[in-house]
Design a protein around this ligand. Sequence first.
Ligand code: HEC
Length: 216
Amino acid sequence: MEQIFKDPLKLVGLTIAATALLSGFVVVWPLEPIERHGSFADSTPPEALALEGAQVYYEEGCQYCHSQNLRPLPSEVARFADAESYGDAVLPVATEYMFESPAQRGSTRIGPDLTRVAGRLTEDQVRAVLRGGGPAGSLAANYHPYAHLFETDAGVNPLFLSWRIRMLREVAVPLSDPYQKSVWWALEDATRGDALVAYLVSLGQRQLQFRGQFYQ
Ligand code: HEC
């Protein structure tokens, strides 16, 4: 030990080795992808199109007007969710957000909360809202000039989605290698609008299927 402290070269070498080892523990080790498939019924990964849609939602800034943050107040539950079909799963739980990074819970509500929008609107209704198809002069018609999202398939690229899944896995989102490979064929001919709709109709759908079924 004394030898090391006397010899500056050895000391520098030891410091570098110790720093590298500690960085390994602190930085690399916690980022190892965690494989948790099958541990929870509601941890099945989302459809590839819906995962792409989460990104479109974020890019288009929907989170600045819509929260996904239903609070346990009777008035809110009555307004934004159908408590009868959700049973005890009416409020959002952490596992619903584990495939999203960043989670888009938001806190501003210029439009309605979207946590349980899948139980409230059908796919066609969501499509109509986004195309600005509400009655002329209504808020939805004014606030949703998103018809262009449905017009071309530009901007939906399986390669980018695949990279994003890789990135998500790096931050311990429980997606698997086969899942990453499977998305290559999942986006064919889809537009950004289609992806967004798939994402919106998936919000709260899992809870309807896995938990709500016991209360129907
Ligand atoms: C400028 C604010 C604003 C932005 C940005 C915005 N919305 Fe809205 N949204 C609203 C308002 C306001 C309503 C309510 C319209 C009404 O009641 O007529 C609404 C309604 C909706 C509805 C219908 C909800 C329901 O329960 O009836 C959906 C779905 C929706 N928005 C999705 C989106 C998506 C997806 C985006 C991003 C692409 C988005 N919105 C961007 C303000 C906004």
